[in-house]
Design a protein around this ligand. Structure first.
Ligand code: GAL
Length: 785
């Protein structure tokens, strides 16, 4: 078997014609992944990517391949493709989210040049999912994943399907095309490159059972992978065809009370992911796809992801296998169910999804319903049957927003948007599902219930974060949820019918560039590897109504946090029992006075407590506006402590007042035992600098171009992001790379980004990032081949 990349040397036209098919004129020269048009960050128009366009390239096929069988594969073509070889129509594909693979052997000239042409309908064509009604995300257009020529021998391995029925058993099903030519099939299991088990059988028998006693199980915490190598042998033992599949040994089951991984109860905590990026839409190369999995697992500490609302790049799924993310994947669709033909296509989509993705150990369930559609038993009986037949090893599910709906699947997946900030964060299982014996999985919460921009004020961003905390806490504490997926990982561009007027849904815990909002800290703080300390306020009084900051929440995975005011310890705070379902509950700074009256002013504890309470009460109204009754009470509390009203006013100015007094400096030391693991300071600052993070610095011109994602944040001298630094950020590149999206971005919430794309050349690249208010930063990259 040999897979040859066909990502380069394509010509593109945004207006299909017979002359394009006939290879007349010239098209725009493009490489895959390709988007039919770049879109702006805000106010993107969904009409811009809708067209009937064309891709074409020439392909020389050597005469030596005449006894082979040839296949073309387009990993992602949004949305309806028709393939022509040498002017003849070969096949069409009506699924923009899985690979279009078709045999071309009978159409090509061996020993000659061939004309490959793909006609692509990128319109929101109502004859296929997800179209036919409104859709809350852009569906972009283009040959947006890789393309391949697959050369096989006359008899070849059409498919290898690996499952692990138990924690030490591997089941391999090898499907051989044109079997009688060859002799036997050999299955080898490899661990770290070494063969640890093998089985050989005659061709008639294509199911293999291999034992791996004491196998090293796959889990998010320990994503150990094995390889299954299958060889198709001729009678003499010569290898005719070979295929390798990575797999993980794991059992994954949903039971009435939740999800079980490798026999143990396991709480799913994840986010929903759309596959879109700024400017380029869906057309992101492998490295960016992989980067999202890394961010979800290692930056956000999630153990799961839902690929809403369609199957996503195999690169993303490969990375999920590697970093350890449980995946809920699903067929394309959004609320709407179309006519009979449309429904048949949804069935095809189910077939494509399950057969193309079923070897990923990360996938734990198939979503076989159109997201949030109404009941349609006749359709869903079919999609369930297809998934169960193609992959009996995994449960089916399907995402709904209706309660007590017809449950043909194994798991009730429900988008629970019931939380309004002051009511129970999740509905009870009995109120949601008609079958208490099947698991309940929350597949969305948050989202449109509380859209939040990275440049919203602190109160809103705190509320956004707390809502996420409330729901994941409730899912953990209830004991009746298999877990939850929050809506969603990143802000996304959408249609005119949704979004904030600029056609962006600000539903992410990250912005479109994958910069974290405050809510990201809720997820990040649930892992224990990297210390996290994030405050829900900059403590700037002027950002709050009447200059009265709210309770400060601290998102941390440390055991305790010491709060200092002007260098003096106010209090030590602890995980708050309100979120006891969480591994690392947020902490709350109840007040900014704490023990200071005792430690700094030498007041007896009993008196100090009363004075503190009084100060906090007066602060609500301001001492100047306090009632005579309250002032009298304050006076008597002070007198009992041997103090005067003058002392009281002094304490008020020092500890309770805000407006009209000198700003306070705060420090927060996050500690495990006696050791400070992270520290944060909030104090006035105007000295800004840039923080620049690149996804990777060594870019590879491989089968196609590479892209680095560059994330930029503007920080103050205490390394806190400055959310109101809406500065233009300039990018200047020298060397063999180009910027995607222009050379200026405006920092939103103090954050922005860009993408650097290779050009085909190798060498050093310098990217200079500058603003009018910071020192420039130069980042180096190297492009290799
Ligand atoms: C859901 C839908 C998502 C997204 C979300 C916003 O109803 O499934 O695609 O639109 O609402 O909160």
């Amino acid at each position: 078997m040999s897979l040859l990349s066909l990502c380069n040397r394509w010509e593109f036209t945004n207006s299909w014609s017979q002359s394009f098919l006939a290879f007349e004129g010239e098209g725009e020269s493009v490489r895959l992944p390709h988007t039919v048009c770049q879109l702006p960050l805000h106010y993107a128009n969904h009409m811009d990517y809708q067209m009937i366009c064309g891709y074409r390239r020439k392909l020389y096929i050597p005469a030596e391949l005449a006894d082979k069988r040839l296949f073309l594969q387009f990993d992602g073509a949004a949305h309806i493709s028709t393939l022509f070889i040498n002017g003849k129509e070969v096949a069409s594909y009506y699924d923009g989210y899985t690979a279009f693979r078709t045999e071309i052997t009978g159409y090509v000239n061996f020993g000659g040049e061939n004309q490959i042409v793909l006609r692509l309908d990128t319109t929101e064509n109502p004859s296929i999912p997800p179209f036919g009604n409104v859709v809350d995300y852009l569906t972009y257009g283009g040959l947006y994943r890789e393309a391949w020529l697959d050369v096989r021998s006359g008899s070849f391995l059409r498919d290898v399907y690996v499952t692990t029925p138990t924690r030490q058993q591997v089941r391999v099903e090898a499907t051989v095309d044109n079997p009688d030519v060859a002799g036997a099939v050999l299955v080898e299991i490899l661990e770290d490159g070494k063969v640890i088990a093998s089985r050989q059988q005659d061709q008639g028998r294509n199911v293999f059972e291999v034992e791996i006693p004491g196998a090293h199980c796959w889990s998010p915490e320990d994503p150990h992978l094995y390889t299954c190598r299958v060889k198709l042998l001729e009678d003499g033992g010569k290898v005719l065809d070979e295929q390798s599949v990575r797999f993980g040994v794991r059992t994954a089951e949903f039971k009435a009370d939740g999800f079980y991984l490798n026999g143990e109860k396991y709480l799913i905590r994840g986010l929903d992911r759309h596959q879109c990026y700024p400017y380029i839409g869906y057309a992101a190369p492998a490295s960016l796809q992989r980067e999202d999995a890394r961010i979800l697992r290692h930056e956000l500490g999630c153990n799961a992801v839902r690929t809403s609302h369609y199957p996503q790049s195999q690169h993303f799924l490969d990375a999920c296998d590697e970093v350890g993310l449980l995946v809920f994947t699903e067929i394309p669709g959004w609320q709407h169910i179309g006519d009979k033909q449309w429904q048949e296509r949804a069935c095809d989509n189910t077939r494509h999804m399950v057969s193309q993705y079923r070897n990923h150990p990360s996938i734990i369930a198939w979503g076989v319903r159109i997201n949030e559609s109404k009941d349609c038993d006749s359709l869903y009986e079919k999609t369930n049957a297809i998934a169960r037949q193609l992959d009996p090893s995994r449960p089916t599910s399907g995402v709904r927003c209706i309660r007590q709906s017809s449950l043909l699947e194994d798991v009730y997946a429900f988008n629970d948007f019931s939380y309004l900030g002051n009511n129970p964060p999740l509905r009870q299982k009995k109120d949601v599902t008609p079958d208490m014996n099947k698991a309940l999985l929350i597949t969305e919460y948050g989202g449109h219930m509380f859209p939040t921009k990275s440049y919203d004020n602190w109160s809103r961003r705190q509320e956004h974060a707390l809502r996420h905390a409330a729901v994941i806490n409730a899912a953990a504490a209830s004991g009746e949820h298999a877990g939850s997926f929050g809506w969603c990982m990143v802000d996304y561009a959408t249609h005119k019918d949704f979004g904030s007027g600029d056609r962006v849904c600000y539903h992410g815990v990250m912005d479109q560039f994958r910069n974290p909002k405050l809510a990201a800290a809720v997820y990040r703080s649930q892992q224990s590897q990297t210390p996290v300390l994030e405050l829900s306020s900059s403590m700037e009084i002027g950002d709050y109504t009447a200059a009265k900051p709210e309770l400060v929440h601290v998102f941390t995975n440390a055991e305790t946090v010491d709060v200092y005011r002007g260098g003096y310890l106010v209090n030590t705070i602890y995980p708050n029992s309100q979120w006891s379902g969480l591994k690392h509950p947020p902490m709350v700074v109840e007040d900014g006075i704490g023990q200071l009256l005792e430690t700094r002013e030498g007041i007896e504890p009993a008196h100090a407590a009363k004075i503190r309470d009084m100060l906090l009460q007066l602060r609500q109204v301001e001492i100047e506006k306090a009632s005579a009754k309250d002032l009298k009470k304050f006076k008597s509390i002070l007198r009992a402590a041997g103090l005067t009203m003058e002392d009281g006013e002094y304490f008020y100015r020092k500890y309770a007042s805000s407006w009209g007094d000198s700003a306070t400096a705060w420090r927060f030391d996050a500690k495990n035992g006696d050791q400070v693991v992270a520290s944060a300071t909030c104090a006035p600052s105007t000295r800004l600098h840039l923080e620049v993070k690149a996804s990777h610095h060594e870019l590879r011109e491989g089968d196609t171009y590479d892209m680095a994602a560059i994330r930029v944040r503007i920080l103050n001298e205490y390394d806190n992001v400055v959310p109101y630094a809406q500065l233009p950020v300039r990018f200047q590149v020298e060397g063999p790379a180009q910027l995607v999206g222009g050379d200026v971005a405006v920092a939103e919430g103090g954050m922005c980004g860009t993408y650097l794309r290779t050009t085909g050349e190798t060498g050093s690249v310098r990217l200079t990032i500058s603003t009018g208010q910071t020192e420039p930063v130069v980042v180096g990259f190297f492009v290799t081949k």
